[in-house]
Design a protein around this ligand. Structure first.
Ligand SMILES: O=C(O)C(=O)Cc1ccccc1
Length: 341
């Protein structure tokens, strides 16, 4: 046997040619596991669904999986949010942005007027609804597990399919020997999907100053201002949210959890304080990771919310409690600066 680290196994929504496959390629390149460096080249393992990929990570058969989290047109991906909100805990360790552009692909020789049914992933169908209404108004739709699965079903050597066209990435049309009848059939130019790399719980990657933190907050007992209270835990610490989405917990009608993406890293004092606050007011908080933002947009630190500010406040409190004069490093510490309290 040779020594050295073994290649890591990454799951993705397959088969080859999905947008998730493209996201995995980018993630592996960013991690140096794509064969371009000396590190072992990762093994890419297709899965039939997001749930199957997450289950294989939980069971230990995969080291990690890449799953779609959020789309600029369609919003959050329910299968991913629900898959991460329940079951054994998993964490996000990285994110990747992939521009999504769709083609209408057919078996060679099929003409547009022959297309009676189109197949694709539900997210792709939602993003091409307008184009379909205009160009194939009479065509039906049959869902597939992924865009590439729809394309693979039309491959010349596949059994006779129940549909004539697939909406997929151009690479999938090429991979499965299909003809492209129309390009860029998405309704929104510049659509982007955010994918995340998910693993079993592990300490977060180091903070970069351009990080994101994801949590699921389970609704506390319902009361007026409940959601406002959750939001205040973030706003009072100067933590900006990039997404908040409610999902039913499935327990009962009216029971919700909130999938929250916040700017910053759990190592940032303001994020840590916000999460502590959230934990105090929520029935349960599931930490889903702190990881670098794919767009590398640095966090804007509002006055009074830097680590030093939290440390100075803590030092002041410790001094007050110990009956010591507070250290004078912070403008608000001294008795002269405060006339009340
Ligand atoms: O089916 C795919 O190719 C996927 O990776 C899921 C998906 C579908 C549409 C937009 C983004 C991701």
């Amino acid at each position: 046997m040779t020594g050295g680290p073994r290649p890591r196994r990454y799951g993705y929504l397959g088969p080859e040619g999905t947008f998730t496959d493209a996201a995995l390629g980018l993630a592996l390149a960013a991690r140096g596991e794509d064969g371009a460096t000396g590190a072992p080249t990762a093994e890419r393992v297709p899965a039939a669904s997001v749930d199957a990929a997450l289950a294989a990570v939980r069971a230990g058969g995969l080291d990690a999986a890449v799953v779609p989290m959020e789309n600029s047109v369609e919003g959050g991906v329910p299968a991913t949010l629900d898959g991460l909100a329940g079951g054994d805990p998993l964490v996000v360790v990285a994110e990747v942005l992939v521009p999504v552009s769709f083609v209408l692909a057919v078996r060679p020789g099929t003409r547009r007027e022959d297309v009676r049914v189109v197949s694709t992933h539900s997210h792709a169908q939602a993003q091409c609804r307008g184009w379909l209404a205009e160009h194939l108004p009479d065509a039906g739709y049959t869902p597939s597990t992924s865009t590439a699965a729809a394309a693979a079903g039309l491959a010349p050597d596949a059994p006779a399919p129940s549909y004539e066209a697939a909406l997929c990435a151009r690479v999938a049309a090429e991979r499965y020997g299909l003809e492209v009848l129309a390009e860029d059939v998405g309704d929104t130019a510049g659509a982007v999907t955010r994918f995340v790399v998910v693993s079993r719980p592990t300490p977060p990657p180091p903070r970069t100053g351009a990080d994101r933190t994801t949590v699921i907050a389970f609704q506390p007992a319902d009361h007026p201002g409940m959601l406002l209270g959750l939001l205040e835990e973030f706003s009072s610490r100067g933590v900006n949210l990039t997404r908040i989405e409610s999902r039913p917990t499935g327990d009962a009608l009216g029971r919700y959890c909130f999938a929250i993406d916040a700017e910053g890293h759990v190592e940032d004092a303001r994020v840590a304080e916000a999460l502590l606050g959230l934990h105090r007011v929520c029935a349960q908080v599931r930490f889903l990771g702190s990881y670098p933002r794919a767009d590398a947009v640095p966090v804007v630190v509002r006055p009074g919310t830097a680590d030093d500010d939290f440390a100075a406040a803590r030092g002041w409190l410790d001094a007050v409690r110990a009956g010591r004069p507070p250290a004078g490093s912070h403008a608000g510490d001294g008795p002269v600066a405060r006339t009340t309290s």
